[in-house]
Design a protein around this ligand. Structure first.
Ligand code: SF4
Length: 374
C-alpha cells in the first residue's frame, strides 16, 4: 500500500502511486539537493549543510518520510530529523563517537556483548533514512567511520559461532543500520541460523522502516518473522506526525502476525522536547497498539549533541506524563552509558534519617510509609 503525501500543496512532488514497491522506493530515495527541492523549499542553511556534509555525513530520505515534511518550515520536526544541518559540523566539547561503548564490547565483526544474557547483532550499516540524531552516527552516517570498515560483506559465520559458543545469550537484538534493508531471503537466513542455536530464546529486530517506509513491512516479510517466533520488533517514532495511516497499517500487519511492536523514542531538542508533543506521541502510539517502551536521553555523540536537552527537561516531561495518563503509555526514561542503561526518572522513594520510607505521587503529595519497606 502507499501513503498520501501530507502536503499536497508543496512543490511538484512525485505522486504516491509512482513510488512503487519497497525495493523501488529504496532505489528512489532522495539523495541530491535537486531531488530534495521537489519536496521542500530548501533554505540557504540547509543547502550549505548538504554541501558541507558531502564526503563527511551520508544523507538519504525516503519519499514517504519526505511527504511528511512541512515544505515551508525549516523547523519542521521531520525535516530536523532527516535534512542535514550545519550544527552537525560543530560537535559539542564533550561529544564522542561512541559514548555507549559499542566498540568496547564488540566481540566479532557484528556482535556486541555488553549485558550478560543478550547481545546486539549489527547486521548492516545501511538505513532507509540517515537520521541526523543517530546514536550510531559513526557507524551509519559518517563516511569516515563504520564499525565494519571494509568488512560489511564478511561471512556471518563467526558471528553465529560466537553466539552459539555462549550459552548465556538468550536474547539477540538485530540492528545496525536497519536489518530490514536486506531482502527477505537474507532476513530468513539470519533468523534460521539464530533459531538453530538452542539457547537463543528471543529475537528482537530494531527497525525504523514502519516509520520511514511502511511499505517494507510486506505480508511476505511478516510471514518470515512469524515462522521464527518469538520475534519482537522495536521501532522508532519520535513525533506524532510520523503516525500515519501507512505506518499504522505496517504496525498492524506485524501485530497480526504475532510480532509485538514497541517504540523507542529519543528526546530531541526542537523535535519532541515538550509535553504536548510527547503526550500526543504516546497517545497516538497506543491508538495503533504500539507500546511506548523507552525514551532515550539523547546521547552526546559527535554530530548529534545539538539535539541534546538537559536531564532536568527530560525529567520534567516524564513528571507530566507519569500518573497523568495510562501507565503503559509512559516510556521508561533512560540515559545510555558504557555501563548500560541508567533509569533517568526522578527518584520518588526516599528513606529518611530515622529509616522511614517516604513516597511521593505524581501530584507531589508525600506520605510516610514508616518502616514498611525495610
Ligand atoms: S534508522 Fe536507526 S540506525 Fe538508521 S540512522 Fe536512523 S536511528 Fe540510526
Amino acid at each position: 500500500m502507499t501513503d498520501t503525501p501530507a502536503h499536497e500543496d508543496a512543490v511538484s512532488r512525485p505522486a504516491a502511486q509512482d513510488w512503487g514497491d519497497w525495493r523501488k522506493q529504496m532505489a528512489r530515495r532522495i539523495t541530491t539537493l535537486e531531488q530534495l527541492r521537489a519536496w521542500i523549499d530548501v533554505t540557504p542553511e540547509e543547502e550549505e549543510a548538504i554541501l558541507r556534509c558531502k564526503g563527511r555525513y551520508r544523507w538519504s530520505i525516503t519519499q514517504h518520510y519526505a511527504s511528511l515534511m512541512d515544505p515551508h518550515d525549516p523547523r519542521c520536526p521531520i525535516r530536523l530529523q532527516a535534512v542535514p544541518g550545519l550544527a552537525e559540523l560543530t560537535p559539542g566539547p564533550t561529544a564522542t563517537v561512541d559514548p555507549v561503548g559499542d566498540r568496547v564490547y564488540r566481540k566479532t565483526n557484528r556482535v556486541i556483548h555488553k549485558y550478560p544474557d543478550r547481545v546486539v547483532f549489527l547486521v548492516t550499516a545501511v538505513c532507509p533514512v540517515y537520521c541526523r540524531h543517530c546514536t550510531r552516527k559513526f557507524h551509519t552516517t559518517d563516511q569516515q567511520g563504520t564499525y565494519f570498515e571494509e568488512k560489511e560483506a564478511r561471512s556471518f559465520e563467526p558471528d553465529f559461532a560466537y553466539i552459539a559458543a555462549h550459552p548465556e545469550i538468550r536474547d539477540v537484538l538485530l540492528t545496525g543500520g536497519d536489518p530490514l534493508v536486506y531482502p527477505d531471503e537474507k532476513i530468513a537466513f539470519i533468523l534460521e541460523n539464530l533459531r538453530a542455536i538452542p539457547h537463543v530464546e528471543v529475537i528482537r529486530i530494531g527497525s525504523r522502516f514502519p516509520v520511514l517506509m511502511p511499505d517494507r513491512i510486506t505480508p511476505e516479510l511478516c510471514r518470515i518473522l512469524e515462522a521464527h517466533h518469538p520475534v519482537w520488533l522495536n521501532t522508532h517514532f519520535n513525533h506524532p506526525k510520523e503516525i500515519t495511516p501507512a505506518s499504522a497499517a505496517a504496525c498492524d500487519r506485524l501485530l497480526r502476525h504475532g510480532v509485538p511492536v514497541q517504540n523507542q523514542s529519543v528526546l530531541l531538542k526542537g523535535v519532541n522536547d515538550d509535553i504536548d508533543t510527547m503526550r500526543a506521541l504516546v497517545h497516538g502510539l497506543l491508538k495503533i497498539r504500539v507500546r511506548p517502551y523507552y525514551l532515550y536521553h539523547c546521547d552526546d555523540v559527535v554530530g548529534v549533541s545539538h539535539f541534546m536537552t538537559s536531564l532536568e527537561e527530560g525529567r520534567a516531561i516524564m513528571e507530566q506524563l507519569t500518573g497523568f495518563t495510562t501507565g503503559f503509555a509512559v516510556p521508561q526514561y533512560v540515559y545510555t552509558t558504557d555501563l548500560g542503561k541508567i533509569p533517568a526518572s526522578r527518584e520518588v522513594l526516599h528513606r529518611d534519617a530515622l529509616g522511614d520510607v517516604w513516597v511521593e505521587n505524581y501530584q507531589g503529595q508525600k506520605r510516610n510509609l514508616g518502616p514498611v519497606l525495610r
